[in-house]
Write a protein that binds this ligand. Sequence first.
Ligand code: GDP
Length: 195
Amino acid sequence: MKIMDVQFIISAVRPDQYPEDALPEVALAGRSNVGKSSLINKLIMRKNLARTSSQPGKTQQLNYYRVNDMIYLVDFPGYGYAKVSKTQREKFGEMIETYLQEREPLKLQLLVIDIRHEPSKDDVLMYNWLKHFEIPTCIVATKADKIPRSKWDKHIKMIKTTLEADPRDSVVLFSSETGLGREQLWDVINEAIAT
Ligand code: GDP
């Protein structure tokens, strides 16, 4: 995928701030620190456009990036950060639920999981939500460079088992460090927005 142009559009806190030009959207969810910003930066070949947040979990907003005037990447707030207040957690829940339920242009959700660890309770909740709203999902197992190649299969299997993943959902091994999986993930995205 050749990246011609990427623009940060808005940090939206309310649905009326979401773009209205109906370009297809690919959203990204994952725990704080899972490597979501690094993954976005790798996908769009920019060093630091997606900001690695200094105060994880604080701001409940959807960050919109427009790529090649073709799609929006929509970055969800990282979840599972211990110090988030109950109010913040509830805000996250409301915002994400409304988005998943009502957002017509959403074509694909990327659920970003650290390949080294079993998915957390929050990951399982997020995945169940996606399936409840029948959102096409791609599980992205990132930080693959952090474990030996010989362990990849075993870890992918563990992730699928814990999530009770739908076999129709694709799984992509990824590393923002080496670029592993970048082309494959663009293929999954392009296929999803073409349908
Ligand atoms: P976010 O909170 O989910 O946006 O996570 P970040 O993108 O800020 O990444 C959290 C930390 O993990 C940073 O120190 C990154 O450099 C590191 N990291 C992210 N992705 C990878 C990866 O694929 N491989 C390695 N080795 N480190 C990564």
